[in-house]
Design a protein around this ligand. Sequence first.
Ligand code: HDE
Length: 686
Amino acid sequence: MINEDKKINKNSKNEQLEYFRSADSEDKKLTTNQGLKLTEDARSLTAGERGPTLIEDFHFREKMTHFDHERIPERVVHARGFAAHGEFQVYKSMKQFTRAKFLHDPNVKTPVFVRFSTVVGSRGSKDTPRDARGFATKFYTEEGNFDLVANNIPVFFIQDGMKFPDVVHAIKPEPHNEMPQASAAHDTFWDWVSQNQESAHMVMWLMSDRAIPRSFRMMEGFGVHAFRFVNEEGKSHFVKFHWKPVLGTHSLVWDEAEKLGGKDPDFNRRDLWEAINMGDYPEFELGVQILEEKDEFAFDFDILDSTKIWPEEDVPVEIIGKMTLNRNVDNVFAETEQVAFHVGNVVPGIDFTNDPLLQTRLFSYTDTQLLRLGGPNFHEIPINRPVCPFHNNQRDGFHRQTINKGQVSYRNNSLANNSPHTVDEKDGGFAHYQEKVEGHKIRARSKSFDDHFSQARLFWNSMSDAEKKHIINAFCFEVGKVQYKPIQQKIVDMFAIVDHAMAAAIAEKIDVNVPPAEVQLKITKKSPALSQENTPKLAKTRRTAVIIADGFHGAETKKVIETLQAAGVKAEIISDRLGPIRADDNSELIAKHTFTTASSVIFDAVYTVGGTQADNTFKKKAKLFMQEAFDHYKPIGIAEEGERWFNELQMPSKTGVVVNNHQPEQFSKRFIDAIAAHRFWDRTIS
Ligand code: HDE
């Protein structure tokens, strides 16, 4: 129980959590929840050694009842997620634009908690479906919690939250047979898309590589809506928030994503967990696009429309700070599952706009927590508590933790000096931005929201050839799985407006008619920032499988591994058995994986060394491993036997294949460059 007077440093999230944490390492006596020490915990109380269990067994009943109630409803969307703690610092003061204190002082480290998620799948579903990813950040600021509840896609399916239950029902498993899990590739979703053309832009992103991120550490984040920055003088600017990953924005290839769903359904969470444990702290820079109020109508789209981006070339993203994730959670349920984000959690200096999607979100988040977390006191759960003091006259309710003292629970009061009392804006009080609004009560949308295709085409125009190919393949997969022919035809007709050649290529593969070419928009504008070709590319933290068999070249292999590691590449030994593998010079390397426990899809690159004692089974498995990595466009390093085996595969090209001719230093340098290039899209695949 929390007593208001209990002394903890309220400004330290770590200390706050420590207060509630119970460590495994302490020597503790087993008790009931009432503190009764127990002599036995494996046998229930029975009448005689072979007799019936007695209802008197309060210990058994307490243990089982608690277990029976362990589950809470999973999130209706974003059910599967993984989170980490960290800190955020601004590079420079943003005081000119916002009163938000955590954006003023570059010396202040604001604790953060970030939960990444998929949207559609259940809590136990795989990490790698084609889906948007959630990227929700709670900033525990000294002025209260600010939640930036973002996605890795900058636009949304709909313009008005009224349609949210519809799009979610359509994309979730179909209700009559609860299939398919974590996938948009079914009739109801595409039926909904064809009936709701405002989704065109988001669907283009969903069909692109953005929807299969390589890692949570390599995703952009977008607040999607236009928010407001409000400064001390009460002046407001429109603002859009961006997270830019320092490692760049990178993706899986679809075949890899599908295979990973079986080989390692935890692929993305494991990647985040391991990176933090190894000290490779994920970093994201915070960017803002800022618009003056006078420019509200300066664009050929409505800046309040959540199906639109503000192209970065038109409104530059200014980088203002950095977030570093440096601590894993201690308990997934207590932290990741119980964290309650709310787009309405803002601090003075950050405010809302009339974006109709944002406005409806402002209702949904608290409402959903009331059900999910079982009552109105979820703000008291340790992960949700602000680090600053909070006082009001709210009382009681399910699971109330605080023991409020005293007689008074109302204002205005004279008995407690009218405490707690409101404060002026100049003393840190929040006052809503006084935007002037007037109008008729109507269910209608401004004509400025009517263009659903121009930015879908802008996105298409901005893609590289490889990215375009992936989008076409994604449509062929997704819409190809639709059973009802007229839906397939409608989708192809709809996306011919975006690009006719794209639609024709899809039509051919899914056996529907090619629409007339005239429907396509003539827009040629591009936004280079949208292509992942233009993102930072680094070898750092990439995983390379090093395939060795007994009799491998010891000195050379060790030299290569050392050089890779010095460049931040994770080199992991794989062989046909775990444990020590003996080199030609009698030294050893320890195999962490076998061909049974690991496969090429969990690695970014492969270095096949081989070994003089490799038998035919080993060779076959190593070849399969290389073949798959090759088909996924990954860098391949080869030495000694490795090169012979690769040549036996008779692959159609050697693009991205780096040979080690007993020159480990030269080889390592070229291989690291290849790892940094990530994929070789111009490679010919048979
Ligand atoms: Fe959410 N969304 N959303 N959403 N959303 C939820 O809140 C909702 C939208 C996003 O890791 C729910 O606590 C409505 C856009 C993230 O815990 C729910 C609308 C964006 C997360 C909800 C939207 C998001 C959620 C479900 C349309 C990107 C996971 C559980 C008006 C900017 C947060 C929960 C976490 C979660 C409602 C649209 C991001 C039901 C009504 C746009 C990252 O309240």
